[in-house]
Design a protein around this ligand. Sequence first.
Ligand code: NAD
Length: 488
Amino acid sequence: MKLMYINGEFTKGKAQGEIEVTNPATEEVLNSVPRGNAEDVESAVQSGKEAFKSWRKMGANERTNLLHEVASKVKSHNEELVHLLTLEEGKPISENEEELEWVANTFDYYAELGRHDRGRVIPPGEHSQFNFILREPYGVVGCIVPWNFPLLLMAWKVAPALAAGNTVIIKPSEMTPLTALYMAEHCFDHLPAGVVNVVTGFGAEAGEPLAKHADVPVIAFTGSLATGQRIASHAAPMMKKLHLELGGKDATVIAEDADPELAAKAVAYAALINAGQVCTSTERVYIPKPKAKQFTEAIVEHVKSLRLGPGLESTTDVGPMIGDSYRAKIESHVEEARARGAKVLTGGQRPKNLSKGWYYEPTVLTGVDHTMLIMREETFGPAVPLMEYTSFEQAIDLVNDSPYGLGAVLLSEDPKKIKMFFEDVKAGTIWINDPLTDNYAGPFGGMKYSGGARELGIEGLDQFRETKHVHWDFNFEDKSYWFPYGRE
Ligand code: NAD
């Protein structure tokens, strides 16, 4: 069993029992972690509170160096981390190599951004006065992380939170806690005790006490809409700062001018990276009616050529899904669409050649519409539903016809269409011709039910800083506007 990390020590804590972590490619148990509970959260919060006293006051030079050291340790443990991540999460090695590159660079980026500014000076109302704005850390930040990019989404919270002077408690997903604990052992071990804590456990038993804890003023959460709503219901009455990155139902629009082969490659990547288990996965594809046949054939041909298999094999394009219940969801969406008249052009079943592991064949459907689950609810699996549109305006209406607003993709080189798309689509990120490419300095997050938080960029740092205005008069003297009124 791998132990939790509280106050600089590895411990079983007060956990009752353990949680097994399974390899989704083989269904074999990899290891186990303690089934943490409210008492463990309490110990971690106390350790975070104690560490906060000095961490918040640490000089920028020292703190920056310590955060750069996290990045160098991630780089020096890259191979082990990539391997472990592939074992517990399942996606192909090349995707995990990219995830680790992002983790290291995120720590380097926020190390520097953290020392870049602490607020601003504003013109005082009177010459004898000095007014300035401080951007201050909140205290202990709860970072609740999902399984699909366990280290990247952890780094997008932990790096800015620490750079701003907060301490953190990480609650990794119960399905992928091993890489977070590896990071604690090998990459966070030089930080003062209590600055980073990792409490393992189920959401209801370890995540919820964190969300409810009176001494945790910020909850940074990435996960499903339902869990986000539950966390918000606990945190809102306590006036906590909520940083919610929730689900999506992202669309790709292929414009008439797009090249079919290129469009097929872009759509397949956007829909099938991490077996479609990305919050910004393309889950709806809109194709222009006059060229529907060409685009459909190109997409089906390309998707058929993709290789399904274990993430550890270098030739694998699409790996397993994270678990059986997640596979059951895509199966139910595909079956409902099929029963209501949609046509499955490829996939639509479990692979016959892989008896173990939670695999599902990359699936292309046509004849879908917005009454079907596959076009409305988050599928979070390897599905590419294609729907025809008759005008570009209609395509934009279809994109916006969703409660979510995380990202949206357009494939086109027509500037008028591009302008219309980025102005009229309600989503936090718009990708033109290069789906799902993020930028360290570019804020990432959603609109509508995708949650309003932003990660990365200066916006990502500001999520972990609160604002204090200081008004300072150098002259302590009687003011004409003090009591008593009516003075001559
Ligand atoms: P999830 O909501 O089931 O779990 C996420 C985390 O929350 C886990 O650590 C879990 O243990 C914890 N949790 C569960 N119940 C909790 C509770 N009651 N209180 C506190 N914590 C609790 O989500 P998941 O299945 O791990 O991840 C998939 C979801 O995440 C998808 O909906 C996906 O769209 C979303 N996601 C969003 C983004 C984004 O940036 N917007 C990125 C990746 C994933």
